[in-house]
Design a protein around this ligand. Structure first.
Ligand code: ASP
Length: 582
């Protein structure tokens, strides 16, 4: 037997018992006549003690030689510690070693296995199995497990059935490129890895499963942005005989359950705002509402004066920065430089200091008097001591720029508190989105999303105005879930494909199976999918999803530990009927 208990289990109540422990040598402290060894496993650390009086010399010498991360097994007696360590649960005891066996040696690890390690990101990723021995990574994986279990428990208790869907499928358009898998047995043909189980979960509804979920890997070959993974995990869900309201209620329930179970937080009912409102108030369809700084549109009070920059703009919009009136000229100049960075792209920024005495000092005093600026303050809800930052230009761009500034300032002001949770629903998304480059429309969510009732007719005349039965769940400035009520009528689906630029042959070839299924009594249905990696990292109060994935890929989509992707040999290529053309 390798162990009678773990390295995290022993307490004062175990004193005098004989135990066997196995684990890794975390640290050896050699005082000559006495040696302490910290023995570590997933459950914690137990201090082992060997000394001249009570331990045979040979064993003492052996303990002195133990290298870090050696795997050992010891037998001994639990005794009371002379100097207790209140910082660890096993701190009242130590184990007086009577037998010691090395189970496996370890060469010197490339970084220290400590909470605060000396290893940089790259080296830790290459030796991820060593990184996982460290508490911060280990604890994150355990936390992820806990969240996942709560999800399964909640959904299962609410009648959802977990069903697995295949990974080797045909392309499902979710807006990204597919990862493709060549078929050896079908020369020249390829499977696609699912971008999501979207069509399969809809077919499960046609199959009468009624309430489905799956914690499932999805694959999207996108240009990697920071903190995106080419393979990621969704909590994928679908329900039959539902309207949008039913879905929002069901998954608000799940989210509340998680916040309660994991953090003991009661959030109350989630606010709901429309996509248009979100863009207007926050310039963003995933607003962080933990803090105010809502946009104030200033067109009516700032235009038609002498200031031509504003007169020429489609939108003049500002935010009030709490306490910002105290910024020095230099600090404000820096802020202006920040919004002018290419990543943000503003041409400039107008500002107004709202002085404590009720007067205003602005960068455009030449064009605006105190009454004008008082109106700006009213619109942006600025108080004495605030700074109003104003951007102008085309509506979409300016909103995006001001949103970036709002988030940056909130971050700097410490308003994005990781232990505060502010969920909300964003509803009534547009059905279609204009691709500025090609001038064509594509589905904003995906092609299976249904338009709002009565809006189908608008598809021809005003495609950009059609609203969808689509919704996102947003938490602290992140989209954590998104879904829609689906089209379940063959004709409507065909119309939709037509508007997305598919010929009827293409639609049939790619999605014939779904359209066929719709002919056999497809029930009304809808669903949602949560990004599990992101959800877990937000609930864990951290920013990077990589930290919650056991074996993540780096920013170039590589697994640096196993060194993938990798070349394959000629033989394999031939078998797959492939020729490289590099
Ligand atoms: N399949 C969608 C996605 O991956 C989610 C859904 O519509 O349920 O975003």
């Amino acid at each position: 037997m390798y162990r009678t208990s773990t390295c995290g289990a022993l307490r004062a109540s175990d004193i005098n018992s004989e135990v066997v422990l196995s684990g890794w040598v975390h640290k050896v402290r050699d005082k000559g006549f006495v040696v302490w060894v910290d023995l570590r496993d997933r459950y914690g650390i137990t201090q082992l003690v060997l000394d001249q009086d009570r331990t045979p010399d040979q064993l003492l010498d052996m303990a002195k030689e133990l290298g870090r991360e050696t795997v050992i097994q010891v037998k001994g007696q639990v005794i009371e510690r002379a100097s207790k360590n209140p910082n660890i649960p096993t701190g009242d005891i130590e184990v007086l070693v009577s037998e010691l066996q090395v189970l496996n040696e370890s060469i010197l690890p490339p970084f220290t296995i400590e909470d605060e390690t000396d290893g940089g990101e790259d080296i830790r990723m290459k030796y991820r199995y060593l990184d996982i021995r460290r508490n911060p990574v280990k604890d994150n994986l355990i936390f992820r497990h806990k969240v996942t279990m709560e999800v399964r428990k909640y959904l299962s208790n609410h009648g959802f059935i977990e069903v697995e869907t295949p990974y080797l499928i045909k392309s499902t358009p979710e807006g990204a490129r597919d990862f493709l898998v060549p078929s050896r047995m079908n020369a020249g043909q390829f499977y696609a890895l699912p971008q999501s189980p979207q069509t399969f979960k809809q077919l499960l509804m046609v199959g009468g499963m009624d309430k489905y979920f799956q914690i499932v890997k999805c694959f999207r070959d996108e240009d990697l942005r920071a903190d995106r993974q080419p393979e990621f995990t969704q909590i994928d869900c679908e329900m039959a005989f539902v309207e949008q309201e039913d879905i929002l209620n069901a998954f608000e329930g799940l989210t509340k359950h998680l916040l309660k179970e994991i953090h003991g937080v009661d959030t109350g009912d989630f606010p709901r705002i429309t996509f248009d409102e979100a863009m207007q108030k926050y310039g963003n369809d995933k607003p962080d509402i933990r803090f105010g700084m809502e946009f104030g549109e200033l067109n009516s009070v700032a235009q038609h004066k002498e200031f031509n920059v504003f007169n020429a703009a489609e939108l003049v919009v500002g935010i009030a920065v709490p306490g910002g009136a105290a910024y020095t000229r230099k600090e404000i100049d820096k802020l202006i430089d920040w919004v002018k960075r290419p990543q943000v792209g503003a041409k400039g920024m107008v500002y107004v200091k709202c002085n404590e005495d009720g007067s205003f000092k602005s960068s455009v005093d030449k064009f605006y008097n105190q009454e004008d600026l008082a109106q700006w303050a009213e619109v942006t809800r600025a108080k004495a001591g605030d700074l109003i930052c104003v951007l102008s230009g085309s509506a979409n761009e300016t909103r995006a720029q001001l949103s970036a500034l709002r988030m940056e300032l909130a971050e700097r002001l410490g308003l994005r508190k990781p232990d505060e949770f502010a969920p909300l629903w964003v509803i009534d998304f547009p059905l279609l989105e204009l691709d500025e480059e090609t001038g064509t429309y594509h589905a904003m969510h995906h092609p299976f999303t249904s338009p709002k009732p009565g809006q189908l007719e608008l598809l021809d005349s005003k495609p950009g105005d059609v609203k969808a039965n689509a919704y996102d769940l947003v938490l602290n400035g992140n989209e954590i879930g998104g879904g829609s009520i689906r089209i379940h009528d063959k004709e409507v689906q065909a119309t939709m494909f037509k508007h997305l630029g598919f010929t009827s042959e293409e639609a049939k070839e790619q999605f014939g199976f779904l359209m066929d299924a719709f002919q056999y009594g497809a029930p009304p249905h809808g669903g949602i999918a949560f990004g599990l990696d992101r959800l877990v990292s937000i609930l864990g109060g951290q920013e990077t999803i990589r930290d919650f994935i056991a074996f993540p890929k780096n920013n170039s989509g590589r697994d640096v530990m196993i060194d993938a992707p990798a070349n394959i040999d000629e033989e394999q290529l031939k078998e797959l009927h492939l020729k490289l053309n590099l």
